[in-house]
Design a protein around this ligand. Structure first.
Ligand code: NAD
Length: 428
Protein backbone atom coordinates (compact mmCIF):
# COMPACT_ATOMS: atom_id res chain seq x y z
CA UNK A 1 0.00 0.00 0.00
CA UNK A 2 1.48 3.40 -0.86
CA UNK A 3 2.66 5.19 2.24
CA UNK A 4 0.65 8.35 1.52
CA UNK A 5 -2.53 6.49 2.37
CA UNK A 6 -1.29 6.26 5.98
CA UNK A 7 -1.98 8.95 8.55
CA UNK A 8 1.31 10.93 8.92
CA UNK A 9 0.62 11.76 12.57
CA UNK A 10 0.07 8.11 13.49
CA UNK A 11 3.25 7.33 11.59
CA UNK A 12 5.21 10.03 13.49
CA UNK A 13 3.81 8.74 16.79
CA UNK A 14 4.67 5.15 15.92
CA UNK A 15 8.27 6.18 15.11
CA UNK A 16 8.47 8.02 18.41
CA UNK A 17 6.94 5.13 20.40
CA UNK A 18 9.51 2.70 18.97
CA UNK A 19 12.46 4.87 20.04
CA UNK A 20 10.87 5.77 23.40
CA UNK A 21 10.60 2.04 24.11
CA UNK A 22 14.27 1.46 23.17
CA UNK A 23 15.29 4.36 25.42
CA UNK A 24 12.97 3.17 28.20
CA UNK A 25 11.67 6.74 28.57
CA UNK A 26 9.42 7.26 31.59
CA UNK A 27 5.72 7.13 30.75
CA UNK A 28 5.16 10.82 31.57
CA UNK A 29 7.89 11.87 29.13
CA UNK A 30 6.42 9.64 26.43
CA UNK A 31 2.99 11.11 26.95
CA UNK A 32 4.36 14.64 26.71
CA UNK A 33 6.47 14.07 23.59
CA UNK A 34 4.09 11.92 21.54
CA UNK A 35 1.64 14.81 21.06
CA UNK A 36 1.82 18.55 20.42
CA UNK A 37 2.22 20.88 23.34
CA UNK A 38 -0.20 23.39 21.84
CA UNK A 39 -2.52 23.65 18.86
CA UNK A 40 -4.37 26.61 17.49
CA UNK A 41 -7.14 25.91 15.00
CA UNK A 42 -8.71 29.01 13.53
CA UNK A 43 -10.56 30.45 10.59
CA UNK A 44 -9.51 33.30 8.32
CA UNK A 45 -12.42 35.11 6.66
CA UNK A 46 -11.20 36.68 3.43
CA UNK A 47 -12.94 39.21 1.16
CA UNK A 48 -12.43 37.77 -2.30
CA UNK A 49 -11.83 39.91 -5.38
CA UNK A 50 -15.38 39.23 -6.60
CA UNK A 51 -16.87 40.73 -3.43
CA UNK A 52 -17.77 37.38 -1.80
CA UNK A 53 -16.31 36.18 1.51
CA UNK A 54 -14.48 32.87 1.77
CA UNK A 55 -13.51 31.31 5.09
CA UNK A 56 -10.22 29.41 5.19
CA UNK A 57 -9.34 26.93 7.95
CA UNK A 58 -5.87 27.30 9.43
CA UNK A 59 -3.57 25.75 12.03
CA UNK A 60 -0.47 26.54 14.05
CA UNK A 61 0.91 23.64 16.03
CA UNK A 62 3.78 23.74 18.53
CA UNK A 63 5.04 20.26 19.17
CA UNK A 64 7.67 21.08 21.78
CA UNK A 65 9.68 24.15 22.79
CA UNK A 66 11.80 22.79 25.65
CA UNK A 67 15.02 23.46 23.65
CA UNK A 68 14.00 26.89 22.33
CA UNK A 69 11.29 28.76 20.39
CA UNK A 70 9.27 26.74 17.91
CA UNK A 71 10.41 26.68 14.29
CA UNK A 72 8.56 25.45 11.25
CA UNK A 73 7.02 26.42 7.95
CA UNK A 74 3.49 27.37 6.96
CA UNK A 75 2.02 25.32 4.12
CA UNK A 76 -0.76 26.43 1.80
CA UNK A 77 -2.40 23.29 0.50
CA UNK A 78 -5.95 22.30 -0.48
CA UNK A 79 -5.51 18.94 1.30
CA UNK A 80 -3.88 20.24 4.47
CA UNK A 81 -5.04 18.45 7.63
CA UNK A 82 -4.51 18.96 11.34
CA UNK A 83 -2.77 15.56 11.49
CA UNK A 84 -0.29 16.47 8.75
CA UNK A 85 0.60 19.67 10.59
CA UNK A 86 0.96 17.76 13.88
CA UNK A 87 3.30 15.22 12.28
CA UNK A 88 5.40 17.87 10.57
CA UNK A 89 5.69 19.86 13.83
CA UNK A 90 6.91 16.73 15.62
CA UNK A 91 9.48 16.01 12.89
CA UNK A 92 10.71 19.62 13.20
CA UNK A 93 11.40 19.04 16.90
CA UNK A 94 13.60 16.04 16.04
CA UNK A 95 15.29 17.82 13.11
CA UNK A 96 16.27 20.85 15.24
CA UNK A 97 17.44 18.55 18.01
CA UNK A 98 19.60 16.34 15.81
CA UNK A 99 21.16 19.44 14.23
CA UNK A 100 21.64 20.71 17.78
CA UNK A 101 20.16 24.14 17.20
CA UNK A 102 18.31 25.77 20.13
CA UNK A 103 14.84 25.58 18.60
CA UNK A 104 11.76 23.45 19.06
CA UNK A 105 9.30 22.11 16.51
CA UNK A 106 6.34 23.95 15.07
CA UNK A 107 4.34 23.93 11.86
CA UNK A 108 1.43 25.77 10.33
CA UNK A 109 -0.98 25.39 7.49
CA UNK A 110 -3.90 26.94 5.69
CA UNK A 111 -6.38 24.86 3.69
CA UNK A 112 -6.26 26.76 0.41
CA UNK A 113 -4.91 26.46 -3.10
CA UNK A 114 -2.78 29.50 -3.95
CA UNK A 115 -2.79 28.48 -7.63
CA UNK A 116 -6.46 29.49 -7.79
CA UNK A 117 -6.13 32.72 -5.75
CA UNK A 118 -5.10 36.19 -6.87
CA UNK A 119 -2.06 37.87 -5.31
CA UNK A 120 -4.37 40.22 -3.38
CA UNK A 121 -6.38 37.28 -1.99
CA UNK A 122 -3.17 35.51 -0.96
CA UNK A 123 -1.97 38.66 0.77
CA UNK A 124 -5.24 38.85 2.73
CA UNK A 125 -4.83 35.19 3.80
CA UNK A 126 -1.26 35.89 4.97
CA UNK A 127 -2.27 38.96 6.96
CA UNK A 128 -5.32 37.15 8.40
CA UNK A 129 -3.11 34.21 9.42
CA UNK A 130 -0.89 36.51 11.49
CA UNK A 131 -3.80 38.48 13.00
CA UNK A 132 -5.47 35.27 14.20
CA UNK A 133 -2.29 33.54 15.45
CA UNK A 134 -0.46 36.61 16.81
CA UNK A 135 -0.58 35.41 20.42
CA UNK A 136 1.20 32.11 19.73
CA UNK A 137 3.91 33.18 17.24
CA UNK A 138 6.86 35.54 17.57
CA UNK A 139 10.67 35.69 17.43
CA UNK A 140 11.03 34.22 20.91
CA UNK A 141 7.89 32.08 20.79
CA UNK A 142 7.38 30.24 17.50
CA UNK A 143 9.03 31.29 14.24
CA UNK A 144 7.32 30.47 10.91
CA UNK A 145 8.98 30.02 7.50
CA UNK A 146 7.98 29.11 3.92
CA UNK A 147 6.94 25.56 3.10
CA UNK A 148 4.86 23.87 0.42
CA UNK A 149 3.34 26.56 -1.85
CA UNK A 150 4.38 29.50 0.34
CA UNK A 151 7.07 31.91 -0.88
CA UNK A 152 9.31 34.70 0.36
CA UNK A 153 6.59 37.16 -0.74
CA UNK A 154 4.13 35.49 1.64
CA UNK A 155 6.74 35.78 4.41
CA UNK A 156 7.16 39.53 3.86
CA UNK A 157 3.38 40.12 4.01
CA UNK A 158 3.22 38.11 7.24
CA UNK A 159 6.17 40.02 8.71
CA UNK A 160 4.58 43.33 7.81
CA UNK A 161 1.33 42.35 9.51
CA UNK A 162 3.17 41.12 12.60
CA UNK A 163 5.19 44.35 12.89
CA UNK A 164 2.06 46.44 12.37
CA UNK A 165 0.31 44.72 15.27
CA UNK A 166 3.43 44.62 17.50
CA UNK A 167 4.18 48.28 16.70
CA UNK A 168 7.89 47.51 16.37
CA UNK A 169 10.38 46.08 13.87
CA UNK A 170 10.71 42.38 14.49
CA UNK A 171 12.51 40.83 11.50
CA UNK A 172 13.31 37.64 13.47
CA UNK A 173 9.60 36.80 13.62
CA UNK A 174 9.75 34.83 10.37
CA UNK A 175 12.47 33.36 8.13
CA UNK A 176 12.77 32.65 4.42
CA UNK A 177 12.71 36.34 3.56
CA UNK A 178 14.50 37.65 0.45
CA UNK A 179 18.11 38.77 0.84
CA UNK A 180 18.04 42.53 1.38
CA UNK A 181 14.72 42.27 3.24
CA UNK A 182 15.96 40.29 6.24
CA UNK A 183 16.94 37.09 4.42
CA UNK A 184 20.27 35.32 4.91
CA UNK A 185 22.91 34.86 2.27
CA UNK A 186 23.58 31.16 1.67
CA UNK A 187 19.96 30.08 2.21
CA UNK A 188 19.60 29.10 -1.45
CA UNK A 189 22.54 26.74 -1.23
CA UNK A 190 22.02 25.62 2.38
CA UNK A 191 19.91 22.47 2.06
CA UNK A 192 21.70 20.99 -0.98
CA UNK A 193 25.14 21.83 0.39
CA UNK A 194 24.12 20.41 3.79
CA UNK A 195 23.26 17.09 2.12
CA UNK A 196 26.73 16.96 0.59
CA UNK A 197 28.57 17.96 3.79
CA UNK A 198 26.94 14.95 5.46
CA UNK A 199 27.56 12.70 2.46
CA UNK A 200 31.23 13.71 2.33
CA UNK A 201 31.50 12.90 6.04
CA UNK A 202 30.09 9.43 5.44
CA UNK A 203 32.34 8.77 2.44
CA UNK A 204 35.30 9.77 4.61
CA UNK A 205 34.29 7.19 7.24
CA UNK A 206 33.95 4.58 4.50
CA UNK A 207 37.40 5.56 3.24
CA UNK A 208 36.09 6.40 -0.21
CA UNK A 209 37.13 9.60 -2.01
CA UNK A 210 34.19 11.45 -3.62
CA UNK A 211 36.22 11.41 -6.87
CA UNK A 212 35.80 7.64 -7.01
CA UNK A 213 32.01 7.82 -6.72
CA UNK A 214 28.99 8.29 -8.95
CA UNK A 215 25.47 9.40 -8.03
CA UNK A 216 21.98 9.54 -9.46
CA UNK A 217 19.57 12.22 -8.26
CA UNK A 218 15.80 12.46 -8.33
CA UNK A 219 14.70 16.07 -8.83
CA UNK A 220 16.50 19.14 -10.07
CA UNK A 221 14.92 21.77 -7.84
CA UNK A 222 16.60 23.90 -5.20
CA UNK A 223 17.94 21.03 -3.08
CA UNK A 224 19.02 18.75 -5.93
CA UNK A 225 20.71 21.49 -7.95
CA UNK A 226 22.96 22.67 -5.13
CA UNK A 227 23.68 19.13 -3.95
CA UNK A 228 24.73 18.26 -7.52
CA UNK A 229 26.92 21.36 -7.77
CA UNK A 230 28.84 20.78 -4.54
CA UNK A 231 29.15 17.01 -5.06
CA UNK A 232 30.57 17.66 -8.54
CA UNK A 233 32.93 20.30 -7.13
CA UNK A 234 34.26 17.64 -4.73
CA UNK A 235 35.03 15.42 -7.72
CA UNK A 236 31.94 13.17 -7.74
CA UNK A 237 30.12 12.37 -10.99
CA UNK A 238 26.34 12.75 -11.24
CA UNK A 239 25.34 10.27 -13.92
CA UNK A 240 21.63 11.08 -14.04
CA UNK A 241 19.00 13.48 -12.73
CA UNK A 242 15.28 13.08 -13.07
CA UNK A 243 12.70 15.81 -13.01
CA UNK A 244 9.07 16.46 -13.64
CA UNK A 245 8.16 18.23 -16.87
CA UNK A 246 5.69 21.08 -16.34
CA UNK A 247 4.87 21.01 -20.08
CA UNK A 248 3.58 17.45 -20.46
CA UNK A 249 3.14 16.48 -16.79
CA UNK A 250 5.52 13.51 -17.08
CA UNK A 251 8.83 12.93 -15.35
CA UNK A 252 12.05 12.16 -17.24
CA UNK A 253 15.58 11.09 -16.37
CA UNK A 254 18.41 13.00 -18.08
CA UNK A 255 21.62 11.06 -18.38
CA UNK A 256 25.16 11.66 -19.59
CA UNK A 257 27.68 8.86 -19.28
CA UNK A 258 30.59 11.17 -18.46
CA UNK A 259 28.42 12.91 -15.87
CA UNK A 260 25.89 15.71 -16.07
CA UNK A 261 26.98 19.33 -15.87
CA UNK A 262 24.88 20.86 -13.07
CA UNK A 263 25.72 24.44 -14.13
CA UNK A 264 24.67 23.72 -17.69
CA UNK A 265 21.41 22.04 -16.63
CA UNK A 266 20.51 24.82 -14.21
CA UNK A 267 20.78 27.21 -17.16
CA UNK A 268 18.04 25.31 -19.02
CA UNK A 269 15.48 24.79 -16.27
CA UNK A 270 12.32 26.84 -15.82
CA UNK A 271 10.71 28.30 -12.69
CA UNK A 272 9.10 24.91 -11.91
CA UNK A 273 12.56 23.30 -12.06
CA UNK A 274 11.65 21.40 -15.23
CA UNK A 275 14.54 20.85 -17.62
CA UNK A 276 13.96 21.98 -21.22
CA UNK A 277 13.76 18.72 -23.23
CA UNK A 278 14.90 20.11 -26.58
CA UNK A 279 17.81 22.07 -25.15
CA UNK A 280 18.93 19.05 -23.09
CA UNK A 281 18.89 16.91 -26.23
CA UNK A 282 21.01 19.47 -28.11
CA UNK A 283 23.51 19.41 -25.24
CA UNK A 284 23.87 15.64 -25.65
CA UNK A 285 21.69 14.38 -22.80
CA UNK A 286 19.94 11.07 -23.18
CA UNK A 287 16.26 11.28 -22.09
CA UNK A 288 14.89 8.21 -20.29
CA UNK A 289 11.68 7.45 -18.36
CA UNK A 290 11.31 9.30 -15.04
CA UNK A 291 11.88 6.24 -12.84
CA UNK A 292 15.17 5.33 -14.50
CA UNK A 293 17.13 7.50 -12.07
CA UNK A 294 16.59 4.68 -9.55
CA UNK A 295 18.01 1.95 -11.82
CA UNK A 296 21.39 3.55 -12.47
CA UNK A 297 24.54 1.62 -11.68
CA UNK A 298 25.91 4.19 -9.25
CA UNK A 299 27.33 4.29 -5.71
CA UNK A 300 24.92 6.88 -4.31
CA UNK A 301 21.21 7.58 -4.76
CA UNK A 302 19.97 11.03 -3.78
CA UNK A 303 16.17 11.27 -3.80
CA UNK A 304 15.66 15.05 -3.73
CA UNK A 305 12.17 15.57 -5.10
CA UNK A 306 9.18 14.11 -3.24
CA UNK A 307 8.06 11.83 -0.43
CA UNK A 308 7.35 8.09 -0.87
CA UNK A 309 9.62 7.54 -3.89
CA UNK A 310 11.54 4.42 -2.81
CA UNK A 311 9.13 1.68 -1.79
CA UNK A 312 9.23 -2.11 -1.44
CA UNK A 313 7.69 -2.23 -4.95
CA UNK A 314 10.55 -0.45 -6.73
CA UNK A 315 13.37 -1.32 -4.33
CA UNK A 316 14.40 -4.40 -6.38
CA UNK A 317 15.20 -2.05 -9.30
CA UNK A 318 18.05 -0.48 -7.33
CA UNK A 319 21.50 -1.59 -8.51
CA UNK A 320 23.41 -3.98 -6.26
CA UNK A 321 26.33 -1.50 -6.41
CA UNK A 322 24.46 1.25 -4.57
CA UNK A 323 26.19 1.81 -1.23
CA UNK A 324 24.48 4.94 0.11
CA UNK A 325 21.02 6.50 -0.02
CA UNK A 326 21.08 10.16 1.04
CA UNK A 327 17.53 11.34 1.73
CA UNK A 328 17.62 14.95 0.53
CA UNK A 329 13.82 15.19 0.23
CA UNK A 330 11.49 14.75 3.20
CA UNK A 331 10.32 11.16 3.55
CA UNK A 332 11.45 9.84 0.15
CA UNK A 333 11.84 6.29 1.50
CA UNK A 334 8.72 4.65 2.91
CA UNK A 335 9.14 3.14 6.41
CA UNK A 336 8.31 -0.35 5.11
CA UNK A 337 11.36 -0.08 2.82
CA UNK A 338 13.83 0.51 5.67
CA UNK A 339 14.14 -3.22 6.50
CA UNK A 340 15.05 -3.99 2.85
CA UNK A 341 17.69 -1.24 2.83
CA UNK A 342 19.15 -2.52 6.11
CA UNK A 343 19.18 -6.08 4.83
CA UNK A 344 21.14 -5.12 1.71
CA UNK A 345 23.64 -3.22 3.82
CA UNK A 346 23.01 0.11 2.09
CA UNK A 347 23.96 3.00 4.38
CA UNK A 348 21.08 5.40 4.95
CA UNK A 349 21.53 9.12 5.58
CA UNK A 350 18.08 9.94 7.01
CA UNK A 351 16.16 13.00 5.87
CA UNK A 352 16.00 14.89 9.15
CA UNK A 353 19.79 14.75 9.37
CA UNK A 354 20.68 15.04 5.65
CA UNK A 355 18.38 17.95 4.79
CA UNK A 356 18.71 19.86 8.09
CA UNK A 357 20.87 22.49 6.33
CA UNK A 358 17.70 24.42 5.47
CA UNK A 359 16.56 24.84 9.06
CA UNK A 360 20.10 25.48 10.27
CA UNK A 361 20.36 28.39 7.85
CA UNK A 362 16.88 29.59 8.87
CA UNK A 363 18.17 29.65 12.43
CA UNK A 364 21.13 31.74 11.23
CA UNK A 365 18.67 34.09 9.51
CA UNK A 366 16.77 34.50 12.76
CA UNK A 367 19.99 35.13 14.72
CA UNK A 368 21.19 37.71 12.18
CA UNK A 369 17.78 39.44 12.22
CA UNK A 370 17.67 39.56 15.99
CA UNK A 371 21.15 41.18 16.01
CA UNK A 372 20.34 43.29 12.95
CA UNK A 373 23.78 42.37 11.65
CA UNK A 374 24.19 40.19 8.57
CA UNK A 375 27.11 37.88 7.85
CA UNK A 376 28.99 37.41 4.59
CA UNK A 377 27.98 34.33 2.60
CA UNK A 378 31.28 32.58 3.32
CA UNK A 379 30.67 32.96 7.05
CA UNK A 380 27.15 31.54 6.78
CA UNK A 381 28.39 28.53 4.80
CA UNK A 382 31.29 27.93 7.15
CA UNK A 383 28.96 27.90 10.16
CA UNK A 384 26.53 25.67 8.27
CA UNK A 385 29.27 23.19 7.43
CA UNK A 386 30.38 23.03 11.04
CA UNK A 387 26.83 22.34 12.30
CA UNK A 388 26.19 19.66 9.67
CA UNK A 389 29.54 17.93 10.22
CA UNK A 390 29.00 17.85 13.99
CA UNK A 391 25.45 16.51 13.59
CA UNK A 392 26.68 13.80 11.24
CA UNK A 393 29.55 12.83 13.56
CA UNK A 394 27.32 12.27 16.55
CA UNK A 395 24.83 10.18 14.56
CA UNK A 396 27.59 8.19 12.86
CA UNK A 397 29.44 7.45 16.09
CA UNK A 398 26.29 6.22 17.84
CA UNK A 399 25.29 4.11 14.84
CA UNK A 400 28.77 2.54 14.65
CA UNK A 401 29.15 1.95 18.39
CA UNK A 402 25.71 0.45 18.87
CA UNK A 403 25.47 -1.16 15.43
CA UNK A 404 22.37 0.84 14.55
CA UNK A 405 20.72 1.88 11.30
CA UNK A 406 21.52 5.61 10.91
CA UNK A 407 17.84 6.62 10.99
CA UNK A 408 17.42 4.90 14.36
CA UNK A 409 20.62 6.50 15.68
CA UNK A 410 19.44 9.96 14.59
CA UNK A 411 16.07 9.44 16.30
CA UNK A 412 17.76 8.27 19.50
CA UNK A 413 19.99 11.35 19.63
CA UNK A 414 17.14 13.77 18.89
CA UNK A 415 14.63 12.23 21.30
CA UNK A 416 17.25 11.94 24.04
CA UNK A 417 18.13 15.64 23.69
CA UNK A 418 14.50 16.73 23.91
CA UNK A 419 13.67 14.39 26.78
CA UNK A 420 16.73 15.72 28.67
CA UNK A 421 15.46 19.29 28.11
CA UNK A 422 11.95 18.58 29.39
CA UNK A 423 13.45 16.83 32.41
CA UNK A 424 15.86 19.69 33.16
CA UNK A 425 12.96 22.14 33.02
CA UNK A 426 11.08 20.03 35.53
CA UNK A 427 8.18 19.35 33.16
CA UNK A 428 8.34 15.62 33.86
P1 NAD B 1 11.61 22.20 -5.69
O1 NAD B 1 10.16 22.46 -5.89
O2 NAD B 1 12.60 23.29 -5.91
O3 NAD B 1 12.06 20.99 -6.65
C1 NAD B 1 11.41 19.78 -6.73
C2 NAD B 1 12.00 18.99 -7.88
O4 NAD B 1 11.39 17.71 -7.92
C3 NAD B 1 11.78 19.63 -9.25
O5 NAD B 1 12.95 19.50 -10.04
C4 NAD B 1 10.69 18.76 -9.86
O6 NAD B 1 10.77 18.72 -11.29
C5 NAD B 1 11.05 17.41 -9.26
N1 NAD B 1 9.96 16.45 -9.28
C6 NAD B 1 8.68 16.62 -8.90
N2 NAD B 1 7.98 15.50 -9.12
C7 NAD B 1 8.86 14.61 -9.64
C8 NAD B 1 8.76 13.27 -10.07
N3 NAD B 1 7.62 12.60 -10.01
N4 NAD B 1 9.88 12.65 -10.58
C9 NAD B 1 11.04 13.32 -10.65
N5 NAD B 1 11.19 14.58 -10.25
C10 NAD B 1 10.11 15.21 -9.75
O7 NAD B 1 11.74 21.56 -4.24
P2 NAD B 1 12.99 21.59 -3.26
O8 NAD B 1 12.93 22.82 -2.45
O9 NAD B 1 14.22 21.24 -4.01
O10 NAD B 1 12.58 20.39 -2.27
C11 NAD B 1 12.77 19.04 -2.62
C12 NAD B 1 12.51 18.17 -1.40
O11 NAD B 1 13.39 18.56 -0.33
C13 NAD B 1 11.11 18.23 -0.80
O12 NAD B 1 10.82 16.97 -0.22
C14 NAD B 1 11.26 19.25 0.32
O13 NAD B 1 10.26 19.10 1.33
C15 NAD B 1 12.63 18.87 0.83
N6 NAD B 1 13.30 19.93 1.59
C16 NAD B 1 13.57 21.13 1.03
C17 NAD B 1 14.24 22.09 1.75
C18 NAD B 1 14.60 23.41 1.12
O14 NAD B 1 15.30 24.18 1.78
N7 NAD B 1 14.23 23.69 -0.10
C19 NAD B 1 14.61 21.85 3.08
C20 NAD B 1 14.34 20.59 3.65
C21 NAD B 1 13.68 19.64 2.88
Amino acid sequence: MPKDSYNPYENAQAQFDGVAEKLKLPLGTRDLLRQPQRELHFTIPVKMDDGSTQVFKAFRVLHNDARGPGKGGIRFHPHETADTVRALAMWMTWKCAVADIPLGGGKGGVICDPRTLSQAEQERICRGYVRRSFDVVGPLEDVPAPDVMTTNQHMIWMLDEYETIAREKSPGFITGKPVGAGGSLGRTEATGYGVVYVLRGLLGKMDIHPKKTTASIQGFGNVAEYAAKLYTALGGRVIAVSCWDAGDGTSYTYKKAGGIDAEELSGIKDKFSSIDKEKAEKLGYERLPGDDWLKQDVDILIPAALENQITPANFPLISRNVKIIAEAANGPVTPDCDPLIKERGIVMLPDFLANAGGVVCSYFEQVQCNMNYFWEKAEVLEKLESKMVNAFESVYVLARNEDLYMRDAAYIIAINRVSDAVKLRGWV
